[in-house]
Design a binder for this molecule. Structure first.
Ligand SMILES: [Zn+2]
Length: 399
């Protein structure tokens, strides 16, 4: 479950806190507060009933956290890296994350891209095999990732692909040419011969050096990942990864992970459901997803930490995603830090909530530094994760 540490303890760092650090991540949970105000609507976090989270805020500390550094795109590739304590110079390449998530090795000189079928339908196995034969002649290979998603591995010299089909309204022909476009066309031809009529969209930057050693975090890090991007990022960061479909996050298993985590470990639980509902443009579904996150992740994690009487908890989204625009947001996100002995006196104050509006006046804290401080200054990275470099370990945030 938790893989053995392969680093030596850094002398001179502050002693680790007495229990595990748990980070619970509702992907994309905050809305765009400015857009909500213009439309005169409450945000998802304001609408959702989140008794477990409210309880943490009452005795813990609400915060406002910058998860997307200036100049970087808002997304899990950037925001979740920060929640793993990594500082990010550029987002990890999407195809590389997908390859890491499914354990597909990349050789020197190779890169990975996503290939998405449009309209989104899952190709039958014989069609995937036909694509594989067509692309083998070009020195590339494919692998089914589930649903309409395929992984393409080929020469890194093919270069960057365009953004994902959901991120642009442009026709593919305007965005990519050369061998990557030709490979996508060959894949579409192979599909047609197998009776599947779909366009094939290759996407994702190449980015970063390949084949480098994974980064090593200063704590043993266990990640429950609710999406391939989260799983790939955690794998590249050197964490041990449990990838589970977001609908199947098991409350009992999560509580057991918290109960059994070594006291110097970090456990990150990522829930992709709020982001999925926001991309689908379904506000009620997003409210339901946030309520599910509260009931099935925050509540059991807090209960398990109370039972241990030790450890600490950070609840923080990786970025926002507004259900009206269906797009990611880069504003600082509301968050809360809490530990089982936390007692904040709020006499005469209304109970605060961790919503966009409620934390709007707080100073924004950079996420990697906050995580490093919560980890007792021991969180650090070594080696090279493309697009994410450290260490920020030892960086202490005034609390
Ligand atoms: Zn998203």
């Amino acid at each position: 479950m938790v893989r053995p540490n392969d680093h030596t303890a850094d002398a001179g760092h502050a002693p680790a806190p007495a229990g595990p650090l748990v980070v619970a991540v509702p992907d994309g949970a905050p809305d765009d507060l400015g857009a909500a105000d213009r439309d005169g609507r409450p945000t998802t976090l304001e609408l959702a009933a989140t008794p477990a989270l409210d309880d943490l805020v009452a005795s813990g500390r609400p915060r406002r956290v910058t998860t997307i550094p200036e100049g970087l795109p808002a997304g899990t590739e950037v925001g979740l890296a920060g929640l793993l304590g990594l500082t990010v110079d550029e987002p990890a390449a999407r195809g590389r994350l997908e390859a890491a998530a499914c354990g597909e090795p990349l050789e020197a000189g190779e890169a990975a891209w996503r290939l998405d079928l449009d309209p989104p339908e899952a190709p039958p196995a014989d069609a995937v095999a036909a694509i594989g034969r067509a692309l083998a002649a070009r020195g590339a290979r494919v692998r089914a990732l589930g649903g309409h998603r395929l992984l393409l591995v080929g020469p890194a010299a093919w270069g960057d692909g365009p953004p994902g089909p959901h991120q642009t309204g442009e026709p593919l022909e305007n965005l990519v040419g050369g061998p990557l476009a030709e490979a996508a066309e060959a894949a579409a031809c192979a599909l047609r011969r197998s009776g599947v009529d779909a366009r094939v969209w290759p996407w994702g930057r190449v980015g970063g050096a390949h084949g480098s050693a994974p980064a090593v975090l200063g704590r043993e890090v266990d990640v429950v990942a609710g999406s391939p991007a989260a799983a790939g990022l955690a794998a590249l960061a050197g964490a041990s990864v449990h990838q589970v479909p977001t609908a199947a996050l098991d409350t009992g298993e999560i509580a057991a992970l918290v109960r059994e985590a070594p006291s110097d470990a970090m456990l990150l639980v990522h829930d992709g459901r709020p982001d999925e509902a926001a991309h689908a443009g379904e506000p009620p579904a997003k409210v339901a997803a946030v309520e599910t996150f509260d009931a099935t992740i925050v509540a059991p994690v807090a209960a398990a930490l109370r039972e241990r009487g030790a450890g600490s908890l950070l609840v923080c989204a990786d970025h926002g995603c507004d259900p009206a625009t269906r797009s990611h947001t880069r504003a600082p996100v509301p968050a809360v830090t809490w530990h089982p002995a936390a007692r904040t006196s709020r006499e005469g104050e209304a109970a605060p909530r961790a919503t966009e509006r409620a934390v709007a006046a707080l100073p924004a804290e950079p996420v990697a530094e906050l995580v490093a401080a919560l980890a007792g200054g021991s969180l650090r990275t070594r080696g090279a994760l493309a697009g994410a470099t450290g260490p920020r370990g030892g960086g202490v945030v005034a609390s």
